[in-house]
Design a protein around this ligand. Structure first.
Ligand SMILES: Cc1cc2nc3c(=O)[nH]c(=O)nc-3n(C[C@H](O)[C@H](O)[C@H](O)COP(=O)(O)OP(=O)(O)OC[C@H]3O[C@@H](n4cnc5c(N)ncnc54)[C@H](O)[C@@H]3O)c2cc1C
Length: 431
């Protein structure tokens, strides 16, 4: 088992992780960027459409082109070591990150960690949801836009947010029929411009409708949709049978935060941020000291905010390693905070801002409780060993590897660290 040492480890080479790496590396931090994918860019490598968002932050540029530019910057940066096709498995008390590489399990010892693992797609409960032909929208995008494979001939899209609308349009561009887009809410979730485009091509968008069931012998052969009443119950008698071979779920994303649970960061359920998220402060540091977060794993937003939050996490990690002067730190911190404020100034960001405010209030309570328990050592349970920190969560101790005591100490450098990347250069398909 190889041991690699570095100053900063970043898990996830999506827009958040890459921008964190570039920022930290610009201050001279030796950074190791780990991603289980082969290509750099996270979600961006499948986004052939022109980006929505703030014009100063890549709006109007295709996601694949943003990914390509970011990948080039990473590959040309001598302070960044890329470990692609490498999955992060667990992060332990002594700063060991276990990773699975194509050659086996390795250990990466970092002084700081940034988790930028993004999000996973939500699933929906309905009879037949385990049939082949039921996909998440991200999977459909990967099939079509990365591998050039059409998922089927005729699709029922569930969800009219921007992702559902954009993927519907991309399906139409690929020659796939979109039978309908159904939306449980009374109004369309995504931008009117995306909705109009697919409506003009004859696709009905049916609000207050959902899927009742998908059916088929060995794969999806059809789906039944029905109207919802005000209590979200299906109305008998409103069923419509659609002949489709694909049901595509675009009903939202949820933070991919398992590594943060495992390493003992405090987590909270905040629906406005997409589910369970880590509690983190303005510097993006979690309650686990030295562990920072950025991007969708900290709350579902957009690539533009993920990039700015990534920069903030990279700057904070560099600062905590003593690599940034006070003057530079406050200048850069204000600059990035201003950028984030600008990106979140529209009405669509109200939900995110209220989720962040909720999360910060919870963080404050956790800090206050920790301060009280530190001030009262007598409250420590009688059966707890004196040398174990009182606030160390049981789940963290339970998740340590059996041989944790044998793990090498941070500081023992090795020369193996090296990475490669197959950066993508294919033509973008216009949306
Ligand atoms: C269909 C669609 C359209 C979108 N359109 C837009 C748009 O127009 N404008 C916009 O601003 N945003 C858009 N977004 C949102 C945007 O793509 C995301 O907000 C953004 O990619 C989040 O960046 P991230 O770096 O946090 O996560 P991701 O891009 O998801 O990257 C996370 C990375 O972490 C890696 N990873 C995860 N777990 C591990 C592990 N254990 N070990 C190693 N690596 C791991 C993954 O392989 C991945 O590369 C869209 C999203 C979708 C799905």
């Amino acid at each position: 088992m190889a041991v690699r040492t570095t100053e900063l480890v970043i898990i996830g080479a999506g827009p958040a992780g890459i921008c964190a790496a570039l920022e930290a590396a610009s201050h001279g931090v030796k950074t190791t960027l780990v991603d289980r994918g082969e290509e750099l860019g996270g979600q961006l490598i499948k986004q052939t459409h022109k980006f929505f968002g703030w014009h100063k932050k890549s709006a109007g540029t295709r996601g694949v082109l943003i990914a390509k530019k970011l990948a080039e910057e990473v590959l040309n940066n001598e302070n960044i070591t890329l470990l692609n096709s490498t999955e992060a498995l667990g992060y332990y008390d002594d700063g060991t990150l276990l990773v699975e590489t194509p050659r086996g399990i390795d250990r990466v010892l970092g002084d700081r960690l940034i988790v930028a693992t993004g999000a996973s797609e939500r699933m929906l409960l309905f009879p037949g949801n385990d049939l082949p032909g039921v996909y998440g929208a991200g999977a459909v995008q990967t099939l079509m836009n990365v591998h050039g494979v059409r998922p089927g001939d005729s699709v029922l899209m569930i969800g009219s947010g921007n992702i559902g609308l954009i993927v519907s349009y991309q399906l139409l561009q690929a020659g796939v029929r979109v039978a309908a887009v159904v939306e449980a809410m009374p109004t369309i979730g995504g931008y009117a411009v995306h909705a109009s485009k697919i409506r003009r091509l004859g696709v009905p968008i049916m609000t207050r409708h959902t899927i009742k069931e998908a059916y088929g012998k060995e794969q999806v052969e059809g789906a039944v949709i029905w109207e919802l009443d005000e209590n979200w119950n299906g109305i008998p008698g409103t069923e419509k049978d659609l002949e489709v071979d694909v049901v595509c779920l675009a009903i939202g994303l949820t933070p991919l935060a398992e590594l943060l649970w495992q390493c003992g960061a405090e987590m909270a359920y905040i629906p406005e941020l997409g589910g369970f998220v880590p509690l983190y402060d303005e510097t993006m540091e979690t309650t686990r000291k030295g562990v920072f977060v950025a991007g969708d794993v900290a709350g579902i937003e957009e690539a533009s905010t993920a990039m700015a939050a990534g920069r903030m996490a990279g700057l904070s990690a560099a600062r905590s390693l003593g690599k940034v002067s006070d003057l530079d730190y406050s200048r850069l911190r204000n600059e990035i905070a201003g950028e984030l404020e600008g990106l979140r100034s529209g009405p669509a960001s109200a939900k995110i801002l209220s989720g962040i405010a909720k999360m910060r209030a919870m963080l404050q309570s956790v800090k206050e409780a920790a301060a009280v328990s530190e001030a009262e050592p007598a409250n420590q349970p009688a059966n707890q060993p004196a040398d174990q920190p009182a606030n160390r969560p049981a789940k963290q101790a339970a998740s340590e590897p059996a041989e944790a005591g044998d793990l090498p100490k941070a500081g023992a450098r090795d020369s193996e660290a090296q990475g490669n990347n197959g950066s993508k250069s294919e033509e973008a398909v216009g949306a």
